[in-house]
Design a protein around this ligand. Structure first.
Ligand code: CMP
Length: 140
């Protein structure tokens, strides 16, 4: 399998609880390498643009407000089949449905405050990485 990249966000519920290191350790222990990382406070434009695909969903406004409610850590992760590997270590969107040992089962507070975002395909990973990072900010 090829080494590929995916995009990750450590969400405001995690920065608020000071567990960004714990989340990153779980990503690294799963075999992912952080090749870019920055802590930012999302603007409304960024949150609405990033989650634009969910604009018609009933939870969209709450999701945007939540993502602006505190700092986040945006990351590029590299590893063998990185999109699938990251989704495995994150667990299901709703922590109630997530497998034991996954980030969301162990750390998430709710389906909204679910600690991490991860790209759902390689195509979206490339789009999401380019949304937050310039090529020279990624150091493999
Ligand atoms: P994420 O992987 O970041 O992608 C979209 C986010 O919407 C999702 O994680 C959840 O945090 C959030 N969300 C809030 N409510 C819901 C819901 N009812 N169904 C799915 N996602 C939700």
């Amino acid at each position: 399998m090829a080494v590929t990249r995916t995009f990750s966000i450590i969400k405001p519920d995690a920065t608020r609880r000071n567990i960004t290191g714990k989340v990153t350790a779980m990503l690294e222990e799963a075999g992912l390498r952080v090749v870019a990382s920055k802590r930012i406070h999302m603007t409304k434009d960024q949150a609405e643009g990033f989650y634009g695909v969910h604009r018609e969903r009933p939870f969209f406004n709450d999701l945007v407000q939540f993502m602006m409610s505190g700092p986040v850590v945006v990351q590029v992760l590299e590893g063998e089949d990185a999109v699938a590997l990251n989704r495995k270590v994150m667990g299901a969107t709703n922590p109630a449905n997530a497998d034991a040992g996954t980030i969301r089962k162990e750390l998430a507070e709710s389906i909204e405050a679910n600690t991490v975002h991860g790209s759902d395909s390689e195509e979206n990973a490339a789009i999401e990485i380019a949304f937050f990072f310039k090529p020279d900010e990624i150091v493999g």
